[in-house]
Design a protein around this ligand. Structure first.
Ligand code: SAM
Length: 313
């Protein structure tokens, strides 16, 4: 099945023209598989020994310790290892690992994951916090909530507190409570489209991206309310749409801009693009230029990230 025509047309307007052909190809081929060691249960040394014993050829990702890449055909054998069953590794795209790396929570901090299931980023946050402090994980969808709980248990997370609730209500319930907040927002998942998996694209429409934008705005306002002065908020999506990226940030800055700054991001690869300055009639706040759009490759999914800081007063 081919990509939705309207999606391709929009993508051409969003990404740099010299990258469009390469980007379009990434939707066709199966991606390289990446995974990371769960530092709560294992170490790079132990995991590497287990991969070698299972005859799984792997490549280390140089810019993040304990992260590996294998060929797509080695994914099945990986999921049959004791390390996988024992929750000593977690299969996750590199783009998703970047998000906790940027938010960079410290042990003993109070951290909120506002859209958490199935928990890939929550697990990594817990590892970085060394299972200390307080990690709240929110997910309103029942089935996904229990999957989140199961993943946390399997991977040995003990500092997480899970809440089956709507993230939009959290800011008012927990004002200025968190040092760091991850908002990996529900989105149209455009970066996860696969032409060999028609289901991945079947629900997409421009209208849906615009509808999701309204939810993202409200989640961002809730995250803002829940953030301590001096705290950091990471907003990210796996969508290319400006309606789901620059626009919700614009909305937040229009309401609370005097209390917020954005922080520049340095990523360890160059398949990135600066945010758009304008989309249609909407002109975006200069501060949004500190965000980053990751352009997809055969290994990394497309992603959008913006790190905000709430001023101390
Ligand atoms: N952070 C997750 C991870 O790394 O595994 C992926 C999160 S996914 C992009 C977005 C999640 O937000 C979905 O699980 C979705 O059910 C949830 N969600 C949808 N509406 C929400 C809401 N109103 N408040 C909080 N979460 C919501």
């Amino acid at each position: 099945m081919s990509l939705p025509e309207a999606f391709v047309e929009r993508l051409r307007q969003i990404v740099p023209p010299e990258h469009i052909d390469a980007i379009l190809k990434t939707f066709d081929a199966p991606k390289q598989v990446t995974f990371r060691v769960n530092t709560l249960k294992s170490s790079p040394k132990e995991l590497e020994a287990q991969l070698e014993a299972a005859n799984i050829p792997y490549e280390r990702i140089t810019w993040m310790e304990g992260v590996y890449r294998i060929a797509p055909q080695d994914k099945l054998p990986l999921t049959q290892t004791d390390a996988f069953y024992g929750g000593k590794l977690y299969i996750q795209n590199l783009a998703s690992m970047i998000a906790p790396m940027i938010l960079a929570p410290l042990p003993e901090e109070t951290v909120l994951d506002l859209a958490a299931a199935p928990g890939g980023k929550t697990l990594m946050l817990a590892g970085m916090m060394q299972n200390t402090g307080w990690l709240s994980a929110v997910e309103p969808t029942r089935e996904r909530f229990f999957r989140l709980r199961a993943n946390l248990e399997m991977q040995g997370v003990t500092n997480a507190h899970t809440y089956m609730t709507d993230g939009r209500s959290v800011g008012k319930k927990c004002p200025e409570m968190f040092d760091r907040i991850m908002l990996d927002a529900p989105c149209s998942s455009e970066a996860r489209f696969k032409t060999h998996e028609p289901k991945s694209m079947s629900f997409w429409s421009i209208h849906k991206a615009k509808e999701t934008s309204k939810l993202q705005r409200r989640l961002l306002l809730s995250a803002y309310d829940a953030l301590k002065p001096g705290g950091k908020l990471l907003y990210c999506t796996c969508s290319f749409s400006p309606e789901e990226n620059e626009s919700p940030l614009q909305h937040l800055l229009e309401r609370h801009g005097e209390h917020l700054t954005t922080l520049p991001l340095t990523l360890p690869f160059d398949n990135i693009q600066k945010p758009l300055k304008q989309w249609g009639k909407e002109v975006f706040d200069e501060r949004i230029q500190n965000a980053v759009r990751i352009l997809p490759t055969d290994t990394i999914d497309g992603f959008f990230l913006c790190l905000l800081e709430k001023k101390l007063c």
